[in-house]
Design a protein around this ligand. Structure first.
Ligand code: SF4
Length: 244
């Protein structure tokens, strides 16, 4: 699974100059879960990550490369939740390492379903006092933090453990990393571009799985397949193509 590898490599250059705070995965440190979507009223909110039209980027990349996702962890670039005082730019990037789930035709389809399921994790984690609002069209994930959660000591480490605990329930996932980015010098435009590229790749996978054209010379996805390492191999693994 190489199709997201270049994006994963690029992320390292988009997180700003300061070294991240790094935390190990510890499911006992997961933040209390509300069990379902919890509405936080504006009057009860301390602030919003991505509020006031600031960037709020979210995407997930999957790879089989142990070099690119070397173990579990939570990485915080910039201020943590307890130090933030108002609306701030925000990005959450998830990097997942999976086993080889694309070795034959059936497995290619299985890989695609597995990727979809992994991405749906964001709809199954409800940290208390951390209201997630997503828009899959523009890859936004805006977060409203309650004053009560701040009083109780919510942090990215605790929320990151909530996400990791959910990811680790998926037997395809060998290791998972969650990156929280609030650094003022992070390249949010670059992160947004990466999110759009992830969206394009996922859309292409959807089309491939729907059994679209297998003739590269007339295929509307050719520009993205030419650009993304491993896309053609992924489709070639599913059906025979005409590439001349
Ligand atoms: S490999 Fe060829 S046919 Fe398949 S999606 Fe890419 S460009 Fe289209």
């Amino acid at each position: 699974m190489e199709i997201y590898n270049q994006i994963i490599r690029d992320v390292a250059g988009l997180t700003g100059k300061s070294a991240p705070q790094r935390y190990s995965y510890n499911p006992d440190r997961a933040w209390e879960d509300a069990g379902a979507f919890e509405l936080i009223m504006a009057r009860d909110a301390a602030y919003e990550l991505g509020g006031d039209d600031k960037p709020a980027v979210n995407f997930t990349c999957v790879t089989t490369s142990p070099e690119l996702v070397d173990g579990d962890g939570i990485f915080v670039y910039g201020q943590d939740l307890g130090s933030i005082r108002g609306s701030t730019p925000f990005a959450r990037v998830t990097l997942l390492r999976v086993g080889d789930i694309e070795s034959d035709d059936d497995d290619t389809e299985q890989a695609f379903r597995a990727i979809q399921n992994m991405d749906f994790v964001k709809y199954r984690v409800f940290p208390k006092g951390y209201m997630i609002r997503t828009s899959s069209e523009n890859h936004r994930e805006q977060i409203r933090i309650s004053k009560e959660a701040i009083r109780k000591g919510i942090s990215f480490e605790r929320v990151g453990n909530s996400f990791l605990r959910q990811y680790k329930q998926d037997e395809n996932i060998i290791s998972a990393r969650v990156l929280f980015i609030t650094a003022p010098d992070a390249d949010y435009a670059g992160l947004q571009k990466a999110a759009q590229q992830v969206g394009k790749i996922t859309m292409s996978l959807t089309k491939i799985m729907e059994g679209m054209s297998t003739d590269c010379t007339t295929c509307m996805l050719k520009p993205i397949c030419d650009e993304v390492e491993g896309m053609k191999e992924l489709h070639f693994g599913k059906e025979k193509h005409t590439t001349e």
